[in-house]
Ligand binder design. Structure first.
Ligand code: SF4
Length: 196
């Protein structure tokens, strides 16, 4: 466990070694049944997102870090998307174009990271108030273990053309998370919908 806590308020069971070991054991037991392991991880992710939603009601975020898998970016594209999504606003040939437009719509200046070790280093350097991440289930669990002190809203990928190639993001989910992070009426609408 590290000691990085940007707000001093977010706490989660992932900060406890015993919980992490229990999760690892449960995954090992469920591994012969991949569907069961996936459902178990989905449940952990849903619990995490609920916790983070509660946290954001009290601590509205100012700095947001988006962590996307490398395989979302169109194969062969050389745009420097870690620095800026400006090229994606015009191009829109892969999901990052939609991500760029969603950030613009919600008035969120997001930093985007791809590889896990870079994303974790960016989180430590930049101290975001909120992380929004989409990745395969195994990576989501790794993120929860690596940076448990950061509020992180998580979603598994929606599909892949091949292993680690041209993955899809749930853009409706991402839009809702960005609305939660954005100031103003959009956030209130999402919260009202969650409560109904
Ligand atoms: S939207 Fe276009 S510029 Fe951006 S990553 Fe995808 S292919 Fe590259």
């Amino acid at each position: 466990m590290n000691d990085l806590n940007p707000t001093g308020a977010f706490s989660s069971p992932w900060q406890r070694r015993g919980f992490v070991r229990l999760v690892a054991l449960a995954r090992w037991v469920l591994r012969p049944w991949p569907g069961a392991e996936d459902r178990f991880i989905d449940r952990l992710v849903a619990d995490q997102n609920r916790r983070v939603g509660d946290h954001l009601r009290v601590h509205p975020p100012a700095r947001v870090l988006l962590i996307m898998p490398r395989c979302v970016k169109k194969t062969g594209c050389r745009a420097p998307v870690q620095e800026s999504l400006n090229e994606c606003l015009v191009c829109r040939q892969c999901p990052l174009g939609d991500v760029a437009h969603l950030c613009l719509e919600h008035g969120i200046e997001a930093m985007v990271a791809f590889r896990s070790h870079i994303a974790f280093a960016m989180a430590r350097n930049e101290q975001p108030d909120l992380i929004i991440a989409s990745a395969c289930r195994d990576r989501l669990v790794k993120a929860l273990c690596a940076t448990p002190e950061f509020p992180a809203l998580l979603a598994p990928l929606t599909g892949m053309r091949k292993m680690c190639l041209d993955a899809g993001i749930d853009l409706d989910w991402l839009s809702d998370q960005l609305a939660l992070a954005a100031p103003g009426p959009a956030r209130d609408q999402v919260r009202a919908a969650e409560g109904s």
